[in-house]
Ligand binder design. Structure first.
Ligand SMILES: Nc1nc2c(ncn2[C@@H]2O[C@H](COP(=O)(O)OP(=O)(O)OP(=O)(O)O)[C@@H](O)[C@H]2O)c(=O)[nH]1
Ligand SMILES: [Mg+2]
Length: 314
């Protein structure tokens, strides 16, 4: 292979993986080269979205999931989108990973990403990193996003499996009885099941999803209780993930989702490029805006001038 760093990354060297991903995230010329090599290798990873309100325990749950997947011999890539609290050294996820041990360090990779102005949801960089992790041989990729309506639907479209994490005593019970949120998940998690109100939430969610068949897959959504801090229910959750993945494969849908995801990756990357050019042209157009202030030009003239300049800069 032509690229030394990429070869190291493919061999599971943690630092090399990190460097390769950074190049890809910013789509540098080198990053584009890496992506070209990695894309033909990608398409095998099971991608899992974990969504839910802030503080639902998503990160803690992912820590436990890493442990369980690792025990089953998988290589796990994690993307944390716009984390409100960046994983600190003392975090539960960090602790779990340290427990798994250094010898598996190249088999677990975690990257935090800011959404960078993209309205919630997935950014171009997140989409490219999914492809990269997949191509690097991570066979289970977990993406944490804070749930917020629109965002969820967007995530749903590009992952194989979407888990919605709910928590007792936070109004999720009422949400569960409303339509909407209960239509997006493939698997519902009632986390913090150590809390007394958990049973009520479990019943509410169960009631809400009963009889609902996911329109995109024809899959009957499932529910599981977890105590993420103790790893309880996590084995069952991973079993459900695996069951859902096998279901997708059996229906011939697994590759469809990869295709959809790539289409989205291309769309978002082109949008990002366009947006960068528009911003830089607007930044440089002081003179035009001065003229506009003095009513020497009209707004449509400014728009057209900017538009023409954007076209020249593409
Ligand atoms: N009692 C209890 N607490 C939990 C459980 N799971 C997580 N927590 C606690 O809930 C808090 C939030 O957990 P996080 O994992 O950071 O939640 P999150 O959903 O990732 O939060 P954001 O990323 O900020 O949206 C932490 O204090 C956890 O220790 C659980 O099963 N039971
Ligand atoms: Mg989190």
């Amino acid at each position: 292979m032509r690229h030394d760093l990429l070869e190291k990354a493919l061999n599971g060297e943690e630092l090399a993986i990190s460097k390769v991903l950074t190049q890809i995230e910013y789509l540098t010329p080198l990053g584009i080269e890496y992506l070209k090599e990695l894309l033909p290798r990608a398409g095998n990873a099971h991608t899992i979205g974990i969504t839910g309100s802030p503080g639902a325990g998503k990160s803690t749950l992912i820590g436990s999931l890493i442990e369980e997947y690792s025990r089953r011999g998988h290589r796990i890539g994690v993307l944390l989108i716009d984390p409100s609290s960046p994983i600190s050294k003392g975090s539960f996820m960090g602790n779990r990973i340290r427990m798994i041990g250094k010898e598996r360090s190249g088999d677990i990779f975690i990257r935090s990403l800011a959404t960078r102005g993209h309205l919630g949801g997935l950014s171009a960089d997140a989409m490219l990193l999914i492809e990269a992790l997949d191509g690097l041989g991570f066979d289970r990729i977990i993406i944490e996003t804070v749930g917020a309506g629109q965002t969820d639907t967007e995530v749903m479209d590009v992952v194989h499996t979407l888990a919605v994490v709910t928590v007792p005593g936070t109004g999720d019970e009422i949400q569960a009885l409303k339509a909407g949120i209960m239509e997006i998940g493939d698997i519902y998690v009632v986390n913090k099941a150590d809390k007394p109100e958990a049973e009520m939430l479990y019943e509410a969610v169960k009631f809400a999803i009963e009889g609902i068949v996911s329109p995109r897959f024809g899959w009957q959504p499932r529910i599981v209780k977890t105590v993420a801090t103790k790893g309880l229910g996590v084995k069952e959750l991973v079993d459900l993930f695996e069951e859902h993945m096998k279901y997708l494969v059996s229906k011939g849908l697994f590759a469809d989702i990869v295709r959809k995801r790539r289409r989205k990756a291309v769309e978002l990357t082109v949008r990002r490029k366009l947006s960068e050019v528009v911003s830089s042209v607007v930044q440089r157009a002081d003179k035009l805006f001065e003229q506009l202030e003095k009513n020497e030009v009209t707004i449509d003239q400014v728009i057209n001038a900017i538009y023409d300049e954007v076209k020249l800069n593409l």
